[in-house]
Write a protein that binds this ligand. Structure first.
Ligand code: IPM
Ligand code: MG
Length: 358
């Protein structure tokens, strides 16, 4: 039987609670679909700072490199907010993305039928099968450019730099084009080419590549317009490909279309099959330890792992179906609507497991 080695980074806040549910689900999927999973628990983020003084201990990077994929909860919390930037929990997350070469971040925003009424956007705008895939560049751009403190006109100042090389743009655009080919064939490249030089290079590069993908209908959109269009007419989008910073912002926005940020999964992929899977929401310290966090985004991240790292599409679909069906009767507080059973983190995980076993 195939055995997958998975490094698990539970992280901080609600991280441990939601990851426990995702592991429960993964174990059951293994029994059903004929594989085993072996977990290597490692530290990253605030918990790693507390234990080792550093948000990303070398042992964590080694463990990830020696595994088939990585499952991550969430990192960060008030406790570590006053630390200098390079020692904050978030630095662990950025560090692991860089160390593992995870340049392609897939963030699907789709509407689950039972949750339609939970979207803050009107039902007629959401339509029947909203399904957007944000492909976000994850290891370049302003997140990783030169930054620092300086002086300007005798005043205290600071700067960050948005820099992209052509190969960096090409490899993420390729992911976007290929994703569009597998879906409806539409790709929207989002930039700020009316102002930013890095965006002009981005657009030029994507345009040049379009010649190799005659079957993909390519469009370009400025990021401010895209932010507006996502709430005005979200159904116009299929695959969006964009830079690190724009993708960060737009994926949070897109997540609300689907009702709750507690529902959105993500995959961060390197070349090949290796990937890190995490919910896009944060560590939610305000509700940590109360057993009320929504584990579904993490469970859906497991579905993405099954699909993208293990090539088990049927298993992935089974998990997504179980999640969809769980929401027909039970809701965690973030997606609660009258008439449903209000459940906590563990009950929601149990329900998904029960539905998978049915
Ligand atoms: C995300 C998060 C991270 C990011 C933070 C926590 C560093 O917002 O994964 O979207 O900005 O990439
Ligand atoms: Mg973000």
């Amino acid at each position: 039987m195939k055995n997958y080695k998975i490094t698990v980074l539970k992280g901080d806040g609600i991280g441990p609670e939601i990851v426990d549910e995702a592991i429960k689900v993964l174990n059951v999927v293994g029994e059903k679909f004929g594989f085993t999973a072996e977990y290597d628990f490692q530290l990253m983020g605030g918990c790693a700072i507390d234990a080792t003084g550093h948000p990303l201990p070398p042992a964590t990077i080694d463990a990830c490199k020696n595994s088939d994929s990585v499952l991550l909860g969430a990192v960060g919390g008030e406790k570590w907010e006053t630390l200098p930037g390079h020692l904050r929990p978030e630095a662990g997350l950025l560090g692991i993305r860089a160390a593992l070469g995870l340049y392609a971040n897939l963030r699907p925003a789709r509407i689950f039928e039972p949750l339609k009424a939970a979207s803050p956007i009107k039902a007629e705008i959401i339509g029947d099968n909203l399904d957007i895939m944000v492909v976000r560049e994850l290891t370049g751009g302003i997140y990783f450019g030169e930054r620092g403190r300086c002086e300007k006109n005798g005043e205290k100042a600071a700067f960050d730099t948005m820099l992209y090389t052509v190969p960096e743009i090409q490899r993420i655009a390729k992911v976007g084009f290929e994703m569009a080919q597998k879906r409806s064939g539409r790709l929207c490249s989002v930039d700020k080419a009316n102002v930013l030089e890095s965006s002009r290079l981005w657009r030029e590069t994507v345009l040049e590549m379009a010649k190799d993908y005659p079957d993909v209908e390519l469009s370009h959109m400025y990021v401010d317009n895209c932010a507006m269009q996502l709430v005005r007419r979200p159904t116009q989008f299929d695959v969006i490909v964009t830079s690190n910073l724009f993708g960060d912002i737009l994926s949070d926005e897109a997540s609300m279309l689907s009702g709750s940020i507690g529902m959105l999964a993500s995959a961060s992929l390197a070349d090949g099959k290796f990937g890190l899977y995490e919910p896009i929401h944060g560590s939610a310290p305000d509700i940590a330890g109360q057993g009320i966090a929504n584990p579904l985004a993490t469970i859906l991240s497991v579905a993405m792992m099954l699909k993208y790292s293990f090539g088990l599409d049927d298993a992935a679909t089974a998990v997504e179906t179980a999640v969809n069906d769980a929401m027909k009767t039970a809701r965690t507080p973030d997606i609660y609507e009258e008439g449903f059973e209000k459940v906590g983190t563990v009950e929601m995980g149990d329900l998904v497991v029960e539905l998978l076993n049915r």
